[in-house]
Design a protein around this ligand. Structure first.
Ligand SMILES: [Zn+2]
Length: 269
């Protein structure tokens, strides 16, 4: 996509972010990579309602400004970290959508997965990045998640999503908030019911087959050696997931065991 089209989309989705109520004050930031060493991004200290083509900033791959009269935003280091670890990613967006952000500030994991379509679109895991000070600490906290998924909740901050273009990154961010809105509406009714593990496993397999999965999606839970399959133990959901995955041709048994344990964990079993 050429720079003019990227600038048009950055303005469009900045305005959409503000109109959706996902940001206040100067919150939120968007960027798009137009070449290996060139990123166009929103300026710091601007309401997303006021972003226009000529207010955008051009940086190099490290986030250092190379063109534009404004300054890049301070969370640019998070965007650059995503671009470094995911060659195919061309856009990163960040906002504080109120319901998703509420889960992060309350120290609660996002309610997921309970909608089949959301598993196909976002995978079985929307992890929460632990709270970290802005800057290098925040980058370090985010880094382990970048190749595992396409959207994260950052505790004490908001949602960060990425994709091959701005539209996809925006739709992912929007979907995370929509899931949380539905979960919130379901709370007085007893809360959303987790999807059966067999269904999650089938949806994950469909996503992988369709080429939608992140490069390291479904690998061992963080902090556990990827070489050691996690114990599934007596958890019936995890064992059912493992059985379902065992029926997939060419499925890697180690990956199946890891995925089974991850899904069980995500379902709070
Ligand atoms: Zn933020």
């Amino acid at each position: 996509m050429n720079e003019a089209a990227v600038r048009r989309d950055l303005v469009r989705y900045s305005h959409a972010m503000h109109a959706a109520g996902f940001v206040a004050n100067h919150d939120g930031n968007l960027s798009a990579r137009i070449a290996d060493d060139r990123i166009v991004c929103t300026p710091t200290s601007f309401s997303k309602a006021d972003v226009e083509r000529d207010t955008l900033v051009v940086t190099d791959a490290t986030g250092r400004k190379v063109a534009g009269r404004n300054r890049p935003f301070s969370e640019m280091s998070l965007h650059c970290a995503v671009y470094r670890k995911r060659r195919e990613v061309r856009a990163v967006v960040h906002a504080h959508p109120p319901l998703a952000t509420a889960f992060g500030v309350a120290g609660r994991p996002l309610p997921h997965p309970f909608l089949p379509e959301a598993v196909v679109s976002l995978g079985a895991e929307i992890p929460t990045v632990p709270l970290a000070a802005p800057g290098a600490d925040a980058v370090e906290a985010l880094s382990p998640f970048i190749r595992r998924c396409d959207a994260v909740l950052i505790a004490g901050n908001g949602v960060l999503a990425w994709g091959p273009d701005l539209e996809t990154a925006w739709l992912r961010l929007e979907l995370v908030e929509h899931i949380c809105r539905i979960a919130h509406a379901a709370l007085p009714l007893g809360g959303p019911a987790a999807l059966p593990a067999e269904m999650v496993a089938a949806l994950v397999a469909k996503r992988r087959k369709g080429g939608l999965a992140a490069p390291e999606e479904g690998l061992a839970p963080l902090g556990r050696s990827a070489a050691t399959p996690p114990a599934v133990g007596d958890d019936p959901a995890a064992r059912a997931t493992q059985r379902a995955l065992a029926g997939i041709p060419n499925a890697d048994p180690r990956l199946a065991a890891q995925l089974a344990a991850e899904i069980a964990r995500a379902m709070g079993r």
